[in-house]
Design a protein around this ligand. Sequence first.
Ligand code: MN
Length: 294
Amino acid sequence: MKILRFDGGRIGVSDGKKVVDVSELCGSGPGDWPPVGINRLIRDFDALRPKLEALLAAQAGVPVDSVRLETPIPWPNKLMAYPVNYHDHAKEMASRGLADVQGYFLKSNSSLVGPADHIELPALTGREVHHECEIALIIGKEGRQILPERALEHVFGYACLLDMTVRGKEERVFRKSYDTFTPVGPWITTADEVPDPTDIGMKLWVNGELRQSANTRDLIVSVRNMIAIASSASTLYPGDIIATGTPAGVAKVVPGDTVSIEVDRVGKMALQVVQGTRGFNVVFEKPYEFVRHS
Ligand code: MN
């Protein structure tokens, strides 16, 4: 099943073709602030699932392409991310900061946008903004110090995620937290539809040209171990998002580009890149030249 948000904060379920509005069942909808109805839906999903499935089967709904899809979890407790988590990306960055020696970092929740939004480049000169193709893990069940062998019990589902990044040497959280720098979508596909998290393929195109392609079998830190490591420090809550890292092929985007991402059995989305007028600050005054290693 796909769980999604659409048309100003409505909550829907989908089979990938139609959308059935379940906002009322979730006691949530447009105007909610903070918009955490979907967090509660994820927490209560096991109890709600029979009702949601019955509604999806019984109601005609509306075609998925007739609604405006929004980022599925706009207000998570945490948006966590693993750094260099594929060896080929470590090589191109000449990085020794692998995920298994660095652990996780955080991005600002306010960087989240959805599949119908734009990626807005900040007004910075002498800086490149790169795409990073990633899979989002969505946490379903609260937990702390979760054992790797029980980690999948805490996974609610998966989504496509773009970890947009200003290249440079400044704080990673600052370079990756600009508004619109974390597109997630087009929905959350529940974990039962992704039977093997050690074999999920993903691809990213810019203007139709393939730039990144990988499979979770090549992860340095596996899905199970990412959950174990993150939860050793921080309690994970329903709706938390973990960006699982990007493979080789990161590169600059420019205004007018269309960035497309597809994750096997999960879905695909395409976002336009536009130039913003805000974002300048003294920290990014100094130019930075990105050099790819091979
Ligand atoms: Mn990343």
